[in-house]
Write a protein that binds this ligand. Structure first.
Ligand SMILES: Cc1cc2nc3c(=O)[nH]c(=O)nc-3n(C[C@H](O)[C@H](O)[C@H](O)COP(=O)(O)OP(=O)(O)OC[C@H]3O[C@@H](n4cnc5c(N)ncnc54)[C@H](O)[C@@H]3O)c2cc1C
Length: 554
């Protein structure tokens, strides 16, 4: 992975992008428009074209040409070359640290937020220009919003973890007493997880026989914490969904389309999308009876806030009182150090491998108190014959009404679109939980004879896990949620929002697999509820997997 994503686009996708001019869009007759070409949007486009729909993808991503932004392009090139692991391996650590600090200072000029991301130096242009795409935070709040505007979204940022884990049944909290239930039980999502896992061609996972040293680690952990569930984490390279979608010749794709508003007709049905051309700033528009809004959790929320309902009031879903509220991100706590030899070949060991603990229960009453977290443990063969240990732990942030985003009345982005103003913070209870996460990592390290060199004792600001979610939540009533149980806006039939904004609660797993499973489920719903596909296409549809999974999901 890494390098310039655009260079890696397949020929079919490149042709689809080049053929998509404003003229083809204005004369185009699309069944569906997909906003955003990340994990959610790419999959939506693929499943919809496979079902026979004609789809337009609008993505804000556009890499500046050297002539457009010479300083930014050159600076990014220097940074990513200097951060190259092969170059760094041959330099003494003090020089590396000094060099990286100097590069961060350079990066802060245009990317004061993005340069805080651990993956920034690998490819600075993959993350947004904070001066063009700003946001503000309420006094007393902190939030780091890491964003990518490119085909593939954040999934194709060099340094992406490539980890795909399911939510566990307990994460759904689906009991009548649950404080924030999902609007359906865990088993409803199972066939959709299956579909996405097949498409991703996952490696690792609960049935994977781990290498010897990982098996030993799992045994030691289970001896220390009897009853603990451990298995190999699931990983995969990013899905080249849009490239596959382009192969069907039913895909059009417009890059540099900064979507600003969704159109809804007087009957409360979605009718199209408006965007600003990234370079000319001109506002353009396309129509379709189905729209998938997949611009990432906070960006999709911003677009809903900027859009008008059937009655002309601004903010699709705002009548629920939930739009923009219940913002969550995982509390992320990590540690690293060096451990005993693994007996594995360094050159052939897959660095995405890890041991996954879906729920670490440090105390006997952890489940009852909600004091729970997940953990990924990496033990990789290192150059000196020893091993490199790292552990990352995620804990849930409660969905709170006062953790929110709203439109900033005083600031706009480079295209004149109002930006988000974010208010978020951890509760005292969450911070105490983070201290227990940190202590658990220290105890895991001790159990595995690891000498810790770095241990986070309090979590970085919300947003740092890059798992932000919750601000257009699904639910069972339009008076308490923005989306219905099929990810469709209560206020705009045919408008589906399937990124992390839909999550009513976060659970302990990293979110992308769940985002994709929700997207697949919503695609099946949109096809049956809104798209009148011709008889030959229906025959095709019956033969393709989406229909089978839809009937399995019942
Ligand atoms: C370094 C890193 C490592 C990560 N590792 C993991 C991991 O191991 N496992 C995991 O589950 N998650 C991981 N994540 C988080 C994961 O990438 C996100 O959960 C996932 O990408 C969300 O998918 P999405 O489609 O909702 O949004 P995104 O991937 O952010 O995609 C949004 C898309 O919308 C487009 N867009 C944005 N605004 C607009 C607009 N106004 N108009 C039109 N288009 C727009 C963007 O160009 C982009 O293509 C990681 C994130 C990062 C940055």
């Amino acid at each position: 992975m890494g390098g310039c994503v655009i260079q890696k686009l397949g020929l079919a996708l490149r042709a689809a992008i080049e053929a998509t001019t404003l003229e083809t869009i204005s004369t185009g007759n699309y069944d569906a428009i997909v906003v955003g070409a990340g994990a959610a949007g790419g999959l939506a486009a693929l499943l919809l074209v496979e079902a026979g729909a004609k789809v337009l993808v609008l993505d804000a991503g556009h890499r500046p040409a050297l002539s457009e932004r010479p300083f930014r392009r050159l600076a990014a090139e220097v940074v990513s070359r200097a951060a190259n692991a092969r170059v760094l391996a041959d330099l003494p650590p003090p020089i590396v640290n000094l060099g990286l600090k100097a590069l961060k200072i350079l990066g802060r000029i245009r990317q004061p937020i993005q340069s805080k991301c651990f993956a920034w130096a690998l490819d600075p242009l993959a993350l947004v220009d904070d001066r063009d795409c700003p946001y503000t935070v309420e006094a007393g709040s902190k939030f780091d919003w890491f964003r990518a505007r490119q085909i593939g979204g954040r999934m194709t940022v060099a340094g992406h973890g490539c980890q795909y884990n399911r939510l566990q049944a307990r994460d759904f909290g689906w009991t009548p007493q649950a404080r924030s239930p999902w609007p359906f039980p865990a088993q409803d999502l199972e066939p959709w997880y299956d579909l996405v896992e097949d498409r991703l061609n996952l490696q690792g996972g609960p049935t994977d026989p781990p290498p010897e040293h990982e098996r030993e680690i799992q045994e030691r952990l289970r001896r220390r914490w009897p009853g603990m569930t451990t298995f190999s984490g699931s990983f995969a390279p990013p899905l080249n969904a849009l490239e596959m979608a382009a192969d069907t010749a039913r895909l059009s794709c417009r890059q540099g389309a900064v979507v600003r508003e969704i159109d809804v007709d007087a009957n409360g049905r979605v009718s199209g999308v408006q965007w600003s051309d990234q370079q000319s700033g001109r506002v353009e528009r396309a129509t379709a009876k189905v729209v998938f809004l997949c611009a990432s959790a906070l960006e999709s929320t911003r677009i809903l806030m900027l859009s008008k309902n059937a009655d002309g009031a601004t903010g699709i879903g705002s009548g629920s009182g939930a739009l923009g509220h219940f913002l969550m991100d995982h509390l992320v706590v990590s540690g690293e150090g060096s451990g005993p030899p693994t007996g594995q070949e360094r050159s052939t060991y897959d660095h995405r491998r890890n041991i996954y603990i879906p729920q670490f229960d440090p105390a006997p009453d952890a489940a009852a108190t909600g004091d729970r977290f997940s953990m990924q443990i990496y033990s990789r063969p290192a150059a000196n014959g020893a091993s490199r240990f790292s552990a990352v732990s995620f804990a849930e942030m409660s969905p709170r009404h006062d953790s929110h985003v709203r439109l900033d009345p005083n600031q706009t982005d480079a295209w004149g679109i109002p930006v988000l103003r974010i208010a978020a913070g951890y509760s005292q209870g969450e911070l105490m939980g983070a201290a227990r996460q940190s202590a658990a990592i220290a105890e895991v390290a001790e159990t595995l004879d690891v000498k810790l060199e770095r241990l986070v004792s309090s979590p970085p600001p919300p947003g740092s896990a890059m798992h932000e979610c919750g601000t257009a939540r699904m639910g069972t009533t339009p008076s308490s949620s923005v989306l219905d149980p099929d990810n469709q806006c209560w206020d705009a039939q045919g408008l589906y929002v399937t990124d992390g904004s839909a999550f009513p609660a976060q659970g302990l797993a990293n979110p992308t697999l769940t985002i994709m499973a929700l997207t697949a489920r919503a695609c099946a719903h949109a096809i049956s509820a809104h798209l009148e596909l011709g008889p030959s296409t229906v025959a095709e549809l019956e033969e393709q997997p989406l229909a089978a999974y839809a009937s399995a999901g019942g």
